[in-house]
Design a protein around this ligand. Structure first.
Ligand code: HEC
Ligand code: HEC
Length: 87
């Protein structure tokens, strides 16, 4: 079997991903549901990245909408802690 450049790139990407997940906060943090509400953010993340998607979270996730748990940590970067579902 001949190893192609693309394969090496994929393996490297995989390693980076695993390291990133290991370094991230506890796995138990709930993921962003892949449902009708949140599906569009999966597209935004894919197209424009996490920062672009996160701008929209607090239109619903605020004290008058979908409230946060009382002990919620500082929430400036939602997607740093709340991972997207694997697809
Ligand atoms: C249109 C309103 C709306 C927007 C915008 C929105 N959410 Fe939600 N979110 C909800 C509602 C309603 C629920 C509870 C029902 C559900 O699980 O879908 C929820 C639930 C969640 C949950 C909890 C899932 C669980 O396991 O209980 C997380 C985490 C979450 N959202 C993250 C996000 C993030 C991150 C963003 C921005 C990328 C976002 N949401 C944008 C309405 C919204
Ligand atoms: C520093 C890490 C961190 C950041 C940043 C963060 N969260 Fe959380 N969030 C948590 C933890 C920890 C919990 C409590 C455990 C759980 O339910 O996942 C939580 C809980 C939640 C819940 C309730 C989940 C449930 O199962 O009921 C929602 C909704 C939520 N966060 C949305 C958001 C949104 C929207 C943002 C961005 C505005 C955000 N979070 C930013 C760590 C974070």
């Amino acid at each position: 079997m001949k190893i192609k450049k693309r394969d090496i790139a994929l393996i490297a990407l995989g390693i980076v991903l695993v390291l990133f997940l290991l370094a991230a906060p506890p796995e138990s943090t709930s993921r962003v549901p892949y449902d009708d509400i949140h599906q569009e953010f999966y597209d935004i993340v894919a197209a424009e990245g996490k920062k672009a998607a996160e701008k929209n979270c607090e239109t619903c996730h605020n004290p008058d909408g979908v409230p946060f748990p009382a002990d919620h940590p500082p929430k400036f970067r939602c997607l740093f802690c709340h991972k997207m579902e694997e697809r």
